[in-house]
Write a protein that binds this ligand. Sequence first.
Ligand SMILES: Cc1ncc(COP(=O)(O)O)c(C=O)c1O
Length: 435
Amino acid sequence: MIDDKTKAKIKKLAEDFLKEEKPSNDRVPVSGKVFDRDELTNLIEASLEGWWTEGPWTARFEQGLKDFLGVKYVHACNSGSSANLLAFATLCSESLGSRRIKPGDEVITLACGFPTTVNPIIQNGCLPVFIDIEASTYNVEINHLEKALSPKTKAVMMAHTLGNPFNLKAVTNFCRKHKLWLIEDNCDALGSKYEGKFTGTFGDIATLSFYPAHHITTAEGGAVITNNSELSKIAVSIRDWGRHCWCPTGKDNTCKNRFNWKLGQLPEGYDHKYIYGELGYNLKMSDLHAAIGVAQLKKLDRFIKIRKENFGLLTDRLKKFEKYLILPQATINSEPCWFGYPITLKPEVDRQAFLKYLDEKGVGTRLLFAGNLLRQPYFERFSEGKDYRVATELKNTDMVMNRTFWLGLSPLTTKEMIEKINQVFQVYFEKRRDD
Ligand SMILES: Cc1ncc(COP(=O)(O)O)c(C=O)c1O
């Protein structure tokens, strides 16, 4: 640990560094890191301590997330994609016996979204079964769930699109009725609520991402969250090489039985540290990343408030253009903490031309990730029926691929920037009216 005097000096230096004139950039960003001297001080402190690998800062970060979300178990890992892989692999563990998801089983999901929500299903030898979304919320079309069901269905895995919670009441009822696992990809939805409760706390297991575009950042990072002690134990093991030993890094003999285990076909007393009970990876978060996260957690309430305010202000300014735009709608009974502000253009507006115009005017945009995953180049190598199944027409998914984009509303988007967006839209659509 570094002493308080040194820490104060570092804080001062970090402050001076942050005060240095940075080149001005009047572009409206879609997202980015929001930090101050606290993140830098934690990062320096963690690096001077010299632990670096997963350790005390990670434990603090995990505890902070547990306290915020009110969940029993949080396991930090090195990205949201890793968290999705880990969550799915956990449900495929042999330790779950007949309840496990096996190769060849089917998992209901969406083609509209981010690839690494779906990839773990394929990577574990299972079939994603795709259904469509609603045009208004960009989330699962609930009536399609039953249409996707087959005797092989074992789970539902989907994201809360751009932070807008999917209909958790309908989805959890569906999963309960058919005894399916529910994996919530909550990567874009930290702070969103459904019926007053945080998303990510409804399913059997859920995930978070802390990549800079997200609600808080650790640079690279993610987490698996669950209230299920059995899944928690399996997830830690798979995250940590598949090891059977549960000592925190740097500790020995937590089980008080280190040299007395007899497992598998290993000799009696084989060191517990090197006994592997799961098919594992190494997906751990480093303490340097977690140190950034500890500082970010203190800002989370403020970040959530700003995202919600920016959503309200953007809606207020853009609703006069509804002749040309479809504005986003929160799912009924939800309070989203939006990741981005999705807009679908009416068919008469050319998206390519409009996004080029926004770019020229300094307004950053992004597409709704992969659009329709089935139309991505990597998906061409998969064959329908063998590697995946399409259960319903993906009409709205294609609409998103062709006509949707999103604007930033993170704390980097100031009120002045929202007025700039308003003005830039105004000029474009006024010109159309005159044409
Ligand atoms: C819904 C969703 N899931 C997973 C991820 C992957 O997270 P990461 O970039 O941390 O791997 C993302 C990325 O933004 C995402 O939007």
